[in-house]
Ligand binder design. Structure first.
Ligand SMILES: Nc1ncnc2c1ncn2[C@@H]1O[C@H](COP(=O)(O)OP(=O)(O)O)[C@@H](O)[C@H]1O
Ligand SMILES: [Mg+2]
Length: 350
């Protein structure tokens, strides 16, 4: 059996996943400095995903360590040895603070660790929806027109209503509810004010795309592979102005919106639609400089997939979109988790 030290020094050969000691590192959800109390539901799920991943690796790798982190990441990680341990990164925030998701990969890198998922630069780019949209636009990719508001004084220029108002740098549909759509100026001002107040960050108002909701899971380092495409269908309402993914529909299991918005994979698409969606997803992934894995959220209207955002380290829960797609491609949960580790090794040794 090769030791981890051998693995490190024989850079000419990528180590095998089964030889790894994996630290499954995840963020605790002790509190948030912003947002609504309910938002913690989503953060608490990270712990159960971490347990599921550690269980899936049982017997497949040399050892696993399940390690929570709150605000002391360098200390926690400092107990491990970059020559022996590879990090499975499930750290979504530090100390419950906003905009901290890019920090962990930067710390791992500075300490010399191999870690799963994408690097800090691409997390930084994708964590801010406006930065993402600018990069998408420069790459010639379709994304809805938008306007940002940093103050409650709202003068609409350049976007048409209805518009969907969301915090500029959250994920998981935080701050997106059935009240997020603005169909007139008064509502727009009210949605913006609420976003600034509750989320303490810039409000992004985007032209609302009436269309289908498409999720594309991708993985790979330079030339990503697109997994089978998913669609979220809105069975609970026929009103196109209500057919979008709110916080309730994602996280509140006993709500009408949650039970009435199943994910379908593979999505019924024409081959022209599929080709276009795959092409845009790959270009979006590359425009943001991703490695590892990601999920691209889109709205499809008249054959054009408008990219809403690219999610770094998307939810790996067994009932979330990424595994839905991987399983349709024939991966068991354990095989998916091992492939993500394999990509981390390849990114490091390439
Ligand atoms: N411009 C838009 N047009 C239509 N629906 C939108 C738009 N922006 C957001 N949504 C809806 O809100 C959901 C959450 O928005 P998204 O940008 O993906 O943020 P999050 O990071 O919270 O997932 C989307 O999945 C979609 O259903
Ligand atoms: Mg999204």
């Amino acid at each position: 059996v090769r030791t981890a030290e051998d693995i490190r020094t024989t850079a000419w050969r990528i180590p095998e996943v089964r030889d790894l000691e994996v630290v499954v590192l995840y963020s605790l959800a002790l509190g948030l400095e912003r947002g609504r109390a309910e938002d913690r539901i989503a953060d608490q799920e990270t712990a159960s995903v971490a347990m599921g991943i550690a269980a899936a690796l049982e017997g497949q790798v040399r050892a696993t360590h399940l390690v929570p982190v709150w605000d002391d990441l360098p200390v926690v990680v400092g107990q491990f040895d970059p020559r022996r341990h590879v990090i499975f990164n499930l750290v979504e925030s530090l100390g419950g603070r906003a905009f901290t998701e890019p920090e962990p990969p930067r710390i791992f890198e500075s300490m010399g660790f191999i870690y799963t998922g994408t690097d800090y630069k691409s997390i930084t780019r994708s964590a801010n929806k406006l930065t993402t949209k600018k990069l998408l636009e420069s790459a010639g990719l379709p994304t809805p027109r938008c306007q940002v508001f940093r103050q409650p004084e709202v003068r609409r220029v350049g976007i048409r209503l209805p518009a969907l108002v969301k915090p500029i740098a959250e994920g998981g549909s935080f701050g997106v509810s059935q009240d997020s759509l603005a169909t007139d100026e008064r509502q727009l001002a009210e949605r913006v004010r609420r976003c600034l107040e509750i989320y303490r960050q810039t409000a992004l108002a985007e032209e609302y795309i009436i269309g289908r909701e498409i999720n594309v899971a991708l993985w790979g380092n330079h030339n990503p592979t697109v997994l089978p495409i998913s669609e979220i269908v809105f069975e609970w309402t026929d009103d196109p102005l209500r057919q979008f993914v709110t916080f309730e529909s994602k996280w509140v299991c006993d709500s009408v919106e949650f039970t009435g918005t199943p994910g379908i994979c593979p999505a019924p698409l024409t081959s022209a639609e599929r080709t276009k969606i795959e092409e845009v997803a790959i270009e979006a992934y590359q425009a943001l400089g991703f490695r590892g894995f990601a999920r691209v959220d889109m709205r499809l209207r008249d054959g054009i997939p408008y990219v809403l955002e690219v999610n770094a380290n998307p939810d790996l829960a067994p009932d979330a979109g990424f595994f839905r797609s991987a399983s349709v491609a024939g991966f068991s949960y354990s095989a998916m988790v091992q492939h993500i580790l394999q990509l981390a090794l390849e990114a490091h040794y390439a």
